[in-house]
Design a protein around this ligand. Structure first.
Ligand SMILES: [Fe+2]
Length: 451
């Protein structure tokens, strides 16, 4: 007879595997690990070690750090496992105090060792160890182990997205992805959708994987509001710039205005002015902003998103408003998993990493992914800034030490994922968070209004 602990293990394993692309956690592990290598495949050896800003990390570091995460697991769960290298523990730790001293984040690009070759050998050794561990525990996996493997894979997918941000900072139009597809044509879409207020269950209440910061699901009261049917476009943002938006203190919070002045911001990141004309440099080349007028604006900070919304006579949505507009159809009491329903994301519903666009799609794209309110592209394309502070939900209980719980101060919540977010990684309850001045990530704007 099975013990209740064994029942829990089997049940948890099934829950963990449910969302995975294969039927087996080892397949899922290999799929996700290979995906990371495909992102770096087009890089030249020099590209792996350069750090172009204190906030980005060299690609070599991401390859090692994601492996370091799994090595900690091997240390605890694989009998006889010996640490690969003390030096790697120091270099590849990110911010975890409990794992000892580490290199400062802004110094990750100051070392040529471990070399790329050594880092890839380390990665291979960790992969071999993990596959051995997973095959040994196949018949009787512990719930703790499976939860940590799944966390390691979610962590790896987070770093895949960070790799895209960092490679963009490093190379922009010089990066040639292994595969790239053409963006679709968008429907004409404009205006705001009106959403009736009321009580709403905010946060994650399912039984698949979700981060601890999405829980507990709890009741919030939302006033009637309206929300944009599409993300703010480059064309709309150009109007803000041309109207002197970056030179008028009235649109900016005091702290934001100081930042605009000290950083000399005049446009989003990756916009350049050539002969009086704004151009955007991205993975697909160099373009006139006018020619990208229908695409969602991206690489804007919370400061810029808020200033734009104020200038437009609107405001940013709270995360409760965003989630209600995305998941709770009018007059319904049962929420959907995604804006389009309960099915997992696919290529026809949202512009995520697997679409291989390596950029945003025009607004009005992916009509199959619309919410019940007719809001386009809530999942994918750009992470959307909300006005909500990144703080724990009522009933929050940390499930993993030093993962989400130590960041609950001074950051803002973004929702919905971007064109660099893997399909298996996104949920409508996913709470991303960044500091209000950051803008190297794929962040955009969808405005709201109280009605
Ligand atoms: Fe990490």
């Amino acid at each position: 007879m099975r013990s209740s602990q064994e029942d829990k293990s089997v049940q948890t394993k099934n829950e963990l595997i449910k969302q995975a692309p294969g039927t087996d956690i080892a397949d899922f592990f290999q799929t996700i690990r290979q995906q990371t290598l495909r992102i770096v495949e087009p890089l030249e050896i020099e590209d792996y070690v350069i750090q172009t800003a204190p906030f980005m990390s060299p690609p070599r570091w991401h390859l090692g750090h994601t492996s370091w995460f799994f090595e900690l697991l091997l240390k605890d769960y694989l009998p006889g496992y010996k640490i690969y290298s003390e030096e790697y523990l120091f270099y590849f730790n990110s911010y975890y105090e409990r794992f000892g001293t580490r290199i400062d984040r802004d110094k990750r690009g100051t070392r040529s060792r471990p070399t790329v070759k050594d880092t890839l050998a380390y990665r291979k050794r960790i992969d071999d160890g993990m596959l051995e561990l997973l095959s040994r525990s196949q018949s009787n996996p512990s719930a703790d182990l499976l939860a940590l493997v799944r966390l390691g894979l979610e962590h790896e997918m987070q770093h895949q997205e960070l790799l895209v941000y960092d490679i963009k900072h490093l190379l922009r139009d010089q990066y040639e992805p292994t595969a790239r597809r053409e963006p679709p044509q968008g429907d004409a879409v404009s205006g705001m959708a009106e959403v009736e207020g009321g009580l709403f269950w905010l946060g994650y209440a399912g039984d698949d994987f979700a981060y601890d910061n999405e829980k507990s699901s709890h009741l919030v009261y939302v006033q009637d509001f309206a929300i944009d049917r599409a993300p703010v476009t480059n064309g709309e943002y150009l109007e803000f710039i041309r109207d002197g938006g970056y030179r008028d203190f009235r649109w900016w919070f005091s702290e934001a205005w100081q930042c605009v002045r000290s950083e000399n911001w005049q446009a989003p990141l990756y916009w350049e002015q050539h002969g009086g004309e704004w151009i955007i440099r991205d993975f697909s080349g160099v373009h006139r902003a006018e020619d990208k007028a229908k695409e969602p604006v991206t690489h804007v900070s919370f400061y810029e998103a808020s200033a734009f919304a104020t200038w437009a006579g609107k405001r940013l949505p709270t995360e409760a408003e965003w989630e209600k507009a995305a998941c709770l159809p009018p007059l319904e009491t049962t929420r959907l998993n995604f804006p389009w329903g309960d099915d997992s994301p696919d290529l026809s519903k949202a512009n995520l990493f697997e679409n291989e666009l390596w950029g945003v799609a025009p607004t009005g794209s992916f009509p199959d992914g619309r919410s019940a309110y007719g809001c386009y592209q809530m999942i994918g394309d750009v992470w959307e800034w909300t006005s909500s502070d990144y703080v724990p939900f009522p009933g929050f209980a940390p499930e993993f030490d030093e993962y989400n719980d130590k960041w609950f101060v001074g950051q803002k919540v973004l929702r919905g994922g971007s064109y660099a977010t893997p399909q298996a990684h996104i949920r409508s309850t996913y709470r991303n968070f960044f500091h209000p001045n950051e803008r190297w990530m794929i962040s955009g704007i969808r405005c709201a209004k109280t009605i």
